[in-house]
Write a protein that binds this ligand. Structure first.
Ligand code: DQA
Length: 147
């Protein structure tokens, strides 16, 4: 099983950006933690982060050709704006878990809209980096149930 962990804008700035919201651990720390979890679960994992909407669409289309089984996706600010990313996930039909590090539900009004939520098999918010590990588990469970 191959899972893509996809991150949108400013996630590469973890540790620098608003530590009171996102914590002091870095993007590399996130990669380490999620990699360790994937090893314990016996799944292959790939990471991609971009600050650009079109690059994220390209990564989702590439996941189709690479036969990726599931996507753990924090679209970051594009969560709240991007029809293009929603359409890409709809197009490839790869089971996708939406993850947010912070408690988006308790933040500004504009963060209450998620274009991704309607297509996501699950949405995980406010669990910090653990949310990504839970996302991997959710994809494994979902694919097991599909068999
Ligand atoms: C975020 C929440 C978004 O509203 C924000 O734009 C982000 C990160 C989160 O992980 O909590 O960049 O997706």
């Amino acid at each position: 099983m191959k899972i893509l962990v996809l991150n949108g804008p400013n996630i590469n700035f973890l540790g620098v950006r608003e530590p009171e919201i996102y914590g002091s651990a870095t993007y590399n720390d996130l990669i380490q933690m999620v990699t360790d979890h994937a090893v314990t679960r016996g799944v292959k994992i790939e990471f991609y982060q971009s600050n650009h909407e079109g690059d994220l669409v390209d990564a989702i289309q590439k996941a189709y050709y690479d036969k990726i089984d599931g996507i753990v996706f924090n679209p970051a600010a594009y969560t709240h704006t991007s029809v293009a990313i929603l359409d890409a996930i709809k197009a490839v039909k790869i089971p996708t878990v939406e993850v947010h590090i912070s408690k988006v539900d308790e933040r500004e009004d504009f963060r209450q809209i998620s274009y991704i939520r309607q297509i996501a098999i699950k949405t995980i918010t406010g669990k910090g980096f653990l949310g990504y590990c839970d996302g991997i588990d959710a994809i494994i469970d979902y694919l097991k149930d599909c068999k």
